[in-house]
Design a protein around this ligand. Sequence first.
Ligand code: KG4
Ligand code: ZN
Length: 334
Amino acid sequence: MMIVLGLETSCDETAASVYDGKKVLSDIVSSQTDIHNKYGGIVPELAARRHLETIVPVVHEALEGSGVTLNDIEGIAVTQGPGLIGALLVGISFAKSVSYAKKLPLIGVNHIEGHVTAILLEEEVEFPYLGLIVSGGHTSLYIVNGIGSYRHLGSTRDDAAGEALDKAGKLLGLGYPAGAIIDRLAKEADPKAIKFPRALIPGAPYDFSFSGLKTFLVNLVHREGKEFAEKNLKEIAAGYLEAVVDMLVDKTLKAARENHLGTIVLAGGVAANSRLRQKMRETAAEYGIRVAYPSTSLCTDNASMIAHLGHRYLEMGKRSGLDMNGIPDWPLPQ
Ligand code: KG4
Ligand code: ZN
């Protein structure tokens, strides 16, 4: 069993992890939300610069916490894409330098593939399973036939689910990112108090759309006024989140049933959402379908999912060259 150092810098988290093929020995995440918060979204240039400052201390901390040294590391896995190109290149350049200096095998892995297989670090799930990837940048359904073998069923036509929550949060003055705040607020109100629309996309049963929901919220706040929005903040959060969750649950269950899949795996930052987890489980149970999701720190961006997936590929004999480049837009291998 190889000891692998995993690196993740695709967006606004600088992360490093040490994984020995059985256990995560350490997992460090340094979040940049403090620098992006005031802009209401990620500023790519600032993200790349912060990764550059943070990557060395984050890797040091990961090695210290793991009980192994750089000399014990036997392979390097790094997020190659999709993501912000400037941010990706920091992790990739660092990984290449270590690989070159220490003569270690290197593997570039797909961030989305990392998310959809992260569950395997915590529990056994039989292939094939249905993966719902819901994050700040992605909302997609894939049949996971095995490591490296995926079938795309559908994706969002506009905003990602996390983006829809973050944009609502910005409008409501909740700061960035807002998903976890909306999660908390929604628990304290009736989701039916204010009704929000659910999008139907004729002819595309597994695609999602969240832009109409966002426009509905914009119009509601303009029509009723800021005071109304402040007074009914919890009800708005609950109703809006419920609409996002309903659209995700409906399409995911339709996909699972029509493709005869007995397990649904939730992945990505929005998979940390308590209402989504609860409603998906309750609804799936009616059809005898199991729902699995990783613990919260494995749902949001992390390097353990990269180390885990990289470990599997390295053990299969796959390698990336030192000419590896970042791939900002990289679909999963079919
Ligand atoms: O996977 P992730 O950490 O980064 C991307 O690859 O995008 O996902 C970040 C997204 C953000 O939109 C954030 O608002 C959302 O995940 N998020 C949540 C929760 N925690 C994070 N959304 C809903 N409920 C949560 N508890
Ligand atoms: Zn992610």
